[in-house]
Design a protein around this ligand. Structure first.
Ligand code: SF4
Length: 335
C-alpha cells in the first residue's frame, strides 16, 4: 500500500485536535505495519499519545473499542477501510480512508474491452474496493467509448459507496444483476471478485488497473462451491460440533448463534461454544470435535478451510446441513 506518511500524520493530528483527544488508539491495515513505530513517534511529538495497534485487522468489522477503553484512549482512528453504516460502535471512532491515486493506461482498458466483447458480453457491472473507488468513473467512460454498456450499482447494508464491494457484501453488484451480462472488478487479488461470483453466479473478470492482468474467477468460485458441498455433507453426518464465536463488533451475530444452538439441540447433536478473537489454526488442537461452526467472518470458512484439519462451516451452512438442503446454499452476505 502506497501511503504518504506525512499526510496521514497530519490528518490524525487534525482529527485529534478537533476532538481534543489526548490519547488515541490507531488501527492500521497490515500493509502499514512497517510504519507503525514512525507513525506513533510522530503523533507523540505533536502532543497526542498515539497508540498504534498492529494486531491483524481485515476490515471495519473489526474495531476493538474495548481494547481502546482498557488503554485509557478517548478516540479510535481506523485507517484504510470505509465506515460500515449498519455497525454501531459504542465508542468515538473516526475513519481515514485510503484511496489509490493511480492512472490507468488507456491501452489496458482497450484490451479489457476487447476481451469482454470477445466473450460475447455487451453490458457489464463495475465493482471495486474503497481503495480504487476513484477509478470507477474514468474506467466507465473508457469502456463506454469502446462500445460497452456499463452499470455501477447502489450499495446497501455495511457497504457505504456505490460500486463498492466487500468480501462479505456485494449489494452494489446485486442491485444491477438483471441488467448485466458480467462484472468487472477493478483492484488487486481475487478475494472480492470471487464474492461477486459466489453471490450472483454471473461471470466476473478481475482487472488489475496497474498491471493490466485480467483474470476470470469462475473456476476459483466453482472450487469454493465444491468444497462447501463436501464440508456440508460431512457436517450432516457428524455428531460433535464446536460453535466458534469471535467478539469482533461487525462479525458476531447473537441471533445466528441462538438459531445454530437451537438447531443442534433439535437434531440431537453434541456441541460446545468456543471464543476465539482471531479464528485460526489453534482450533486444530481441540479434541473430540467433528466439525467447527463459525459465527464470524464467512470468508474464514470459504477461503481458509485448508488451515483446518476438520470440516469448517458457517452458521447458515450448519442449518442447511442438518436438514440436508445442500442445494439451497447461498453466499453469506453480512448485513
Ligand atoms: S466480515 Fe470478513 S469479509 Fe466482511 S468486512 Fe469483515 S473481514 Fe471483510
Amino acid at each position: 500500500m502506497l501511503v504518504d506518511l506525512d499526510e496521514i500524520t497530519k490528518r490524525i493530528i487534525k482529527i485529534c485536535n478537533k476532538k481534543s483527544s489526548r490519547r488515541c488508539f490507531i488501527q492500521v491495515p497490515e500493509g502499514l505495519t512497517h510504519l507503525a513505530h514512525e507513525l506513533s513517534r510522530r503523533i507523540i511529538m505533536e502532543g497526542v499519545e498515539g497508540i498504534v495497534s498492529v494486531d491483524p485487522c481485515f476490515g471495519a468489522c473489526d474495531i476493538p473499542y474495548w481494547k481502546a477503553k482498557e488503554l485509557g484512549c478517548d478516540l479510535i482512528i481506523h485507517i484504510g477501510h470505509a465506515p460500515m453504516p449498519t455497525i454501531k460502535i459504542p465508542f468515538d471512532v473516526e475513519f481515514i480512508e485510503v484511496f489509490y491515486e493511480v492512472k490507468v493506461r488507456e491501452d489496458l482498458i482497450e484490451e479489457l474491452s476487447k476481451k469482454i466483447l470477445s466473450m460475447g458480453f455487451k453490458s457489464v457491472g463495475l465493482v471495486t474496493t474503497v481503495q480504487y473507488l476513484k477509478l470507477l468513473a474514468y474506467v466507465r467512460t473508457l469502456l463506454e467509448k469502446h462500445g460497452l454498456k456499463v452499470f455501477i450499482g447502489k450499495s446497501s447494508g455495511r457497504a457505504l459507496y456505490d460500486g463498492q464491494v466487500l468480501g462479505c457484501n456485494v449489494s452494489s453488484a446485486k442491485s444491477i444483476s438483471e441488467k448485466v451480462d458480467a462484472y468487472i472488478f477493478i483492484g488487486d487479488g481475487t478475494f472480492h471478485p470471487v464474492a461477486v461470483y459466489l453471490a450472483i453466479g454471473k461471470p466476473v473478470l478481475a482487472f488489475n488497473p496497474i498491471t493490466g492482468e485480467i483474470k476470470d474467477v469462475r473456476d476459483l468460485g466453482e472450487r469454493v462451491l465444491r468444497v462447501r458441498l463436501a464440508h456440508m455433507m460431512k457436517a450432516s453426518e457428524a455428531r460433535s460440533f464446536s460453535v466458534v464465536v469471535t467478539s469482533k463488533v461487525g462479525q458476531y451475530n447473537e441471533e445466528l448463534l441462538r438459531t445454530v444452538v437451537n438447531a443442534l439441540k433439535k437434531f440431537n447433536r453434541e456441541y460446545s461454544i468456543i471464543h476465539l478473537e482471531n479464528i485460526g489454526e489453534v482450533l486444530n488442537y481441540m479434541k473430540n470435535v467433528d466439525v467447527f461452526v463459525i459465527i464470524g467472518c464467512p470468508r474464514i470458512v470459504y477461503d481458509d478451510y485448508l488451515k483446518f484439519k476438520r470440516p469448517i462451516i458457517t452458521g447458515t451452512e450448519l442449518l442447511l446441513s442438518l436438514s440436508r438442503k445442500f442445494k439451497d446454499w447461498k453466499f453469506m452476505e453480512m448485513p
